[in-house]
Ligand binder design. Structure first.
Ligand code: MN
Ligand code: MN
Length: 280
């Protein structure tokens, strides 16, 4: 379903799916390197039409560029390869949609997008703050990805939603900068106002969903959202100027039922439709 065609790969209005199967810095359960393949396989069984958005993928120009061939043992080389692929995508005028991989893969993507769109705002859906200064002494970690992003966007250009896990220090930081928000209707309205006309990067760590719905992830965290909450969120994001996005942290083999991959593929479909609607 996601493969697109040759012409769509060169269509300047296209959304480009890029797989980044990297899980080199995971702290708990590995396996997100199989995320992009899991999403593609599950996508084949989904309808291309979304009743909520009332749009069909057939009306969206997108293409799957396949997976990057990343060296698992070398974080820096892997990240620079991702950044290069995102830059190439932006050079072609396409909108990058990265499929992880662990959350660290978002860092080079956001760097590349930020270089093109200096006023970029970042909205993170996640169970975890990802605001650690470092994790076990390592600064380039999935647990530090938003902290690294804040170093070039500023904390005042970041909003975090769904967060329910972090250190006391992370919570102090997030409260100080007011980055945290919720899925309450009034907060989503305020989020949309806050984004306004500014270019938006949407980073979706799939562990924002409750482990009951998405157990196939490296660091499951109780107390997460359901599908309807996510859809309500995305509905609010319709009409925003989305210039980059990702869906990360699916580890398909950790869910023998396969349902996590189906949920992730449906997330990708809805994001394609919401971002694609504003592009022609
Ligand atoms: Mn994360
Ligand atoms: Mn997370």
């Amino acid at each position: 379903m996601y493969y697109g065609t040759e012409t769509q790969l060169t269509d300047p209005h296209s959304i480009r799916l890029i797989g980044a199967p990297f899980d080199g810095t995971v702290s708990f359960r590995p396996g997100t390197r199989f995320g992009p393949a899991g999403i593609r396989a599950a996508a084949d069984g989904l309808e291309s039409y979304s009743p909520l958005i009332d749009a069909d993928l057939e009306s969206v120009s997108y293409a799957d560029a396949g997976d990057l061939f990343l060296p698992m043992g070398n974080t820096e080389i892997a990240l620079s390869m991702i950044r290069e692929a995102i830059e190439e995508c932006l050079d072609d005028g396409a909108l990058p949609f990265l499929l992880g991989g662990e959350h660290l893969v978002s860092l080079p993507a956001i760097q590349a997008v930020h270089a093109r769109y200096p006023g970029l705002v970042v909205v993170q859906l996640d169970a975890h703050a990802d605001q650690r200064e470092d994790y076990l002494g390592i600064k380039l970690s999935h647990a530090s990805v938003i902290r690294r992003v804040s170093e070039f966007t500023g904390q005042d250009h970041i909003r975090q939603i769904g967060i329910r896990s972090g250190t006391q220090e992370e919570y102090r930081l997030m409260r100080e900068h007011g980055t945290l928000t919720t899925f309450r209707e009034e907060d989503l309205a305020a989020l949309k106002d806050w984004i306004g006309e500014r270019p938006l990067y949407l980073t979706v760590d799939l562990d924002v969903f409750d482990p009951a719905y998405l157990p196939g992830t490296g660091t499951p965290e109780p107390g997460g959202i359901d599908w309807w909450t996510f859809q309500r969120f995305l509905k609010w994001m319709q009409g925003c100027h989305i210039v980059g996005m990702d869906a990360v942290e699916l580890a398909p083999q950790l869910d023998a039922s396969g349902c996590s991959s189906v949920l992730a593929a449906k997330v990708v479909r809805e994001m394609l439709l919401v971002a694609g609607a504003g592009r022609d």
